[in-house]
Design a protein around this ligand. Structure first.
Ligand code: HEC
Length: 140
């Protein structure tokens, strides 16, 4: 009987936890993706294109690259500090330079990267303004 009660209680707690937290989090990410799309269209699209495909030999694609799906601090750093390293990006080189975009707010950078990480066939966790704030404090 006690065991049964524990079982019912455990189910109740899980049910409450799911209804209380999950939808809000999903809505947060959805809202962030929506805001991020606007930032992307204004700031990133001219180089990385509407479909994230980039421009061959000039601007790299944002589709399943190790940067987009990889370490978030490094990814935030690219938006903050730009990129002109001439390193191969998943095997290819690109001739254009990416300027720093540190004039964007923490929220805008979080939103645009959450959008990029969940568009163009990408699926990765959201980026939060707190993570951007922490990345700003790091020296590149
Ligand atoms: C002026 C054109 C330009 C703009 C605007 C631009 N980028 Fe870039 N981006 C580049 C180029 C060129 C590189 C590669 C530079 C290199 O090879 O050193 C790059 C590299 C990257 C990379 C790492 C490589 C990869 O393909 O995964 C990411 C991620 C990225 N950009 C995201 C963004 C985001 C997000 C924005 C908007 C906030 C943005 N870029 C705006 C040109 C641009």
């Amino acid at each position: 009987m006690i065991k049964y009660l524990f079982f019912v209680m455990a189910i109740a707690i899980v049910a409450v936890a799911i209804t209380a937290f999950t939808p809000a989090q999903i809505n947060d990410v959805k809202a962030s993706v929506k805001r991020g799309e606007k930032v992307y269209t204004k700031v990133c699209l001219p180089c990385h294109m509407a479909d994230g495909g980039g421009v061959p030999n000039m601007n790299p694609p944002l589709i399943q690259t190790s940067y987009v799906l990889g370490d978030k601090t490094k990814l935030i750093g690219i938006v903050l500090h730009g990129m002109n390293e001439r390193v191969p990006i998943d095997g290819d080189y690109y001739s254009n330079n990416m300027a720093p975009h540190n004039d964007l707010t923490d929220q805008q950078i979080a939103d645009v990267l959450t959008y990029v990480r969940n568009s163009f066939g990408n699926k990765a966790s959201a980026v939060t303004p707190t993570e951007v704030k922490q990345a700003r404090l790091k020296k590149q």
